[in-house]
Design a protein around this ligand. Structure first.
Ligand SMILES: *Cc1c(COP(=O)(O)O)cnc(C)c1O
Length: 225
């Protein structure tokens, strides 16, 4: 992937998002979170040169090595944590990220609340919902979402702005997107993070306000070291 290819891909993804919005007559912006995990430096820099400022990462350590030094040059950067967070990494995550998309359990809510108070960094958080109720996947069960959101707000004082989901890989995502949209409406939350490279346009038709797109922008990821 050359810088020109990344520039073109960003343009194409943005353009298709706008066309999808026009088709359904939506005015509200859709945030494009460019998922930069496991991507080489030159592709990240190409995206920055093309004007992209919102990025997603799924591992704290990896994100620190990629973004800590770039922050100084790009003060308008917005980093989203989109992968599972261990409580012992909460301090580092609160220091580095701007949005936590993976709030998925009580213990993490407590750890994040404590760290945010300590660092006086009150980040917006999304509650991750396990819409497919998959054993191996993290996230709150759909039927527990409303109670959990309320608990995070009233007990921990967290700024919960929305919900996030990763549908099962082997299922049509539509019913999962619809379920997440319904739950967010029930909770009175405006942000819906759903849709990846293969299905972000479909997610938008179901009301996604934020899409997480990696390979469609950057190409295939490198294997982890
Ligand atoms: C890796 C990842 C993505 C991006 O996946 P692509 O298919 O490359 O767009 C989106 N969301 C989450 C949670 C991820 O871990």
């Amino acid at each position: 992937m050359t810088p020109t290819m990344i520039d073109d891909a960003l343009f194409a993804v943005t353009d298709s998002i706008n066309k999808a919005k026009n088709r359904i007559g939506r005015d509200e912006p859709v945030t494009l979170v460019a998922v930069s995990k496991q991507q080489p430096d030159e592709r990240i820099d190409a995206a920055l040169d093309a004007g992209q400022r919102v990025f997603g990462e799924n591992r704290v350590q990896e994100a620190m090595s990629r973004w800590a030094h770039r922050r100084a040059s790009y003060p308008d950067l917005t980093l989203h944590l989109i992968g599972p967070l261990q409580t012992n990494k909460a301090a580092e995550a609160v220091a580095l990220f701007d949005v936590i998309e993976v709030l998925d359990r009580e213990k993490l809510a407590a750890a994040l609340a404590k760290e945010m108070a300590k660092q006086d960094r009150h980040l917006p958080c999304l509650v991750q919902v396990n819409t497919g109720e998959e054993e191996q996947k993290s996230g709150i069960r759909p039927q527990d979402t409303k109670t959990f959101v309320h608990h995070c707000q009233s007990h921990h004082g967290l700024n919960i702005t929305g919900l996030m989901c990763i549908p099962p890989a082997d299922e049509e995502p539509a019913m999962h997107f619809a379920l997440l949209a319904k739950l967010a409406a029930e909770c009175g939350l405006p942000v819906l993070s759903m849709g990846m490279s293969g299905d972000y346009l479909e997610a938008i038709t179901f009301g996604a306000t934020s899409v997480r797109v990696g390979s469609a922008i950057f190409g295939a990821r490198l294997p982890r070291q």
